[in-house]
Design a protein around this ligand. Sequence first.
Ligand SMILES: [Zn+2]
Length: 481
Amino acid sequence: MQLSSPRLRAALLAAASLTLVAAVLPPPEPLGIGDTLFPQLGNPGYDVLSYDLSFTYKDNKSPLDAITVIDARALEPLERINLDFTHGTVAAARVNGEPARFESAGEDLVLTPASPVAPNVPLHIEIRHTSDPRGIADGGWVPTDDGLAMANQADAAHRVFPCNDHPSDKAYFTFRITAPAGLTAVANGMPAALPAPRAAGATTWTYRTLHPMATELAQVSIGDSAVVEATGPHGLPLRSVVPAADRKRLEPWLQKTAEHVRWMEARVGAYPFENYGVLIAKAKTGFELETQTLSLFENGLFSGTGYPAWYVEAVMVHELAHQWFGDSVTPRTWSDLWLNEGHATWYEALYADGLGKYSMERRMREAYQRSDQWRAAGGPPAAPKAAAPGEKIGLFRPAVYDGAALILYALRQEIGEKAFDRVERRWVAENEDGTAGTEDFVRLASEVAGRDLAPFLKPWLYAKTTPAMPGHPEWGGPKSV
Ligand SMILES: [Zn+2]
């Protein structure tokens, strides 16, 4: 039989070569970048430059229709491209404009492009899929009383959209969210276009980050929300998102943000992003989360019952401090999480100390008394215990919060307040918009102190038991050398 049309012939040849590729390649398997705590998180072979995420929302019990567009750079020849993605159905995938085969392997979405991708060329990936907010509360979409919010830390962004789900691969984000009439959608970063009317009264809202961001820090809020705008220090735009009906009641809390930013800037330097605000969601999350430029809080924290005002403010400062420690400077591996939580806890404790409610010294003395027990349960702060096989890791243990703030306290005791202050400022300035790890922190502290601090810091970071606290022999613990 003769093929009559060149186009048909080309199509058949392309199909044949796809079959050929499939016949040669072994079955797809989930890959990772070697994070000891999340071995299958992230993927080798490429660097994501930007995500362009479109979501069409109906209600918080239905899968959203989504298009994820990824611009990346291949770092090596790629016959396959692994992305992290689960909890959604893929309808189509294209790589550099050509249809690509797609299969699931574990929590990876494995794309096989029509022809292998060469290194150092632009890599453009488009995936049409759904994003399902239903299911076990294990991160990703968080259903609220009036819509959705997002909580991806540490490993749940890929329950929402296909991505390279590891904080070591930061990228720029654009969000396009279409929601029915009466709802408001907000995401990280700045509005990139005016809200655009769609059919049947729906609206598309577009936001763009001006700084790179880790997938775990993405935030999309859809609900019956009020957006409250104000101006912070040196003209910083403040933008908070609250349930519309609670706006009046919550406004006194929102007004505290400008002062919180001023307080942090006086300690560590300029706020690192384009805007800031709090997202107060009608949900019971059991946590607050430092999503970049728009920290997520549960409504109950501000209900006026159960929590004293100084505590609420200290928690607000904790999430704000993360914008420097964790968001602008993201951890290179999840074992470096103590750098996020240790610093956020440090400034939370310092703020409470300043309010005269709970002194830093008392908090650190109490942490010191429990530190050995925390290390036994969760591992030392910079080497958290891995999960048992098949078990999800409980990464957010006391050892990486107060147990890690204790390391900073020990460092300040050892090198003095002035040097400690320089370490903090240089850490966020020199690693801005980047990723950094424990070794980098030890190196910087040593440089500032003018002597090798590794022998002092290593036991604080990695030992099974807590070293002696400089300047506090009365706290007990091992004898100072
Ligand atoms: Zn935190």
